[in-house]
Design a protein around this ligand. Structure first.
Ligand SMILES: *[C@@H]1O[C@H](CO)[C@@H](O)[C@H](O)[C@H]1NC(C)=O
Ligand SMILES: *[C@@H]1O[C@H](CO)[C@@H](O)[C@H](O)[C@H]1NC(C)=O
Length: 167
């Protein structure tokens, strides 16, 4: 009896040890996006870009700016092809590091995964903005392989798409 108790309690200790040595955040960037009710349009678009989805699952040290359903609704009148949507998604993905809100300063530029085109940041008393119009509405959503910042207002658009829309 005593023997079993000892075995049982050392098993218990080993289990606790294993659980506490798991990474602090179990969900990948992709999982966090997929489970967020404000990001269902983004999730639907990601389903059409498997290459990007894989990177959000398995790349490490990444940052993604995630347009909310409201942000996409605000550009719903803009006619975008599937290819343009894929470009816009890649433009919101920064593969070169995990940038927390505290790492983002006024004037910072980060290279996106869309042809390395830069995202420009403004930080002032109103908040944090991408390319002057897309405001960070929920920063620092942590995942096992990176960080997500939700953006409202509107998705950030790469130059090629802005040029096509103004034509
Ligand atoms: C943001 O707005 C400022 C002031 O109007 C302007 O000088 C700057 O070029 C804009 N930046 C971007 C990325 O649009
Ligand atoms: C902060 O920057 C954003 C984006 O450029 C701009 O729209 C907003 O008016 C600025 N707020 C202040 C208080 O300057």
């Amino acid at each position: 009896m005593r023997f079993f108790n000892t075995v049982a309690s050392s098993f218990f200790v080993a289990t606790i040890f294993l659980v506490s040595s798991l990474p602090a955040y179990a969900q990948s960037v992709f999982d966090v996006i997929s489970n967020d009710p404000q990001l269902t349009i983004l999730r639907t678009y990601l389903a059409t870009t498997p290459g990007l989805t894989n990177r959000l699952r398995s790349s490490t040290d990444i940052t993604i700016f995630a347009p909310t359903n409201q942000a996409f609704a605000n550009v719903a009148n803009v006619d975008l092809s599937r290819g343009q949507i894929a470009q816009i998604l890649r433009y919101h993905f920064v593969p070169s590091g995990e940038f927390l809100a505290s790492d983002i300063s006024d004037g910072l530029q980060l290279r996106s995964a869309f042809q390395s085109e830069r995202l420009n940041f403004q930080v002032n008393s109103t908040g944090v903005f991408v390319n002057n119009f897309s405001q960070v509405v929920q920063p620092n959503m942590m995942a096992s392989n990176g960080v997500i910042h939700k953006i409202g207002n509107t998705p950030a658009l790469p130059r090629t798409i802005l040029a096509a829309l103004n034509r």
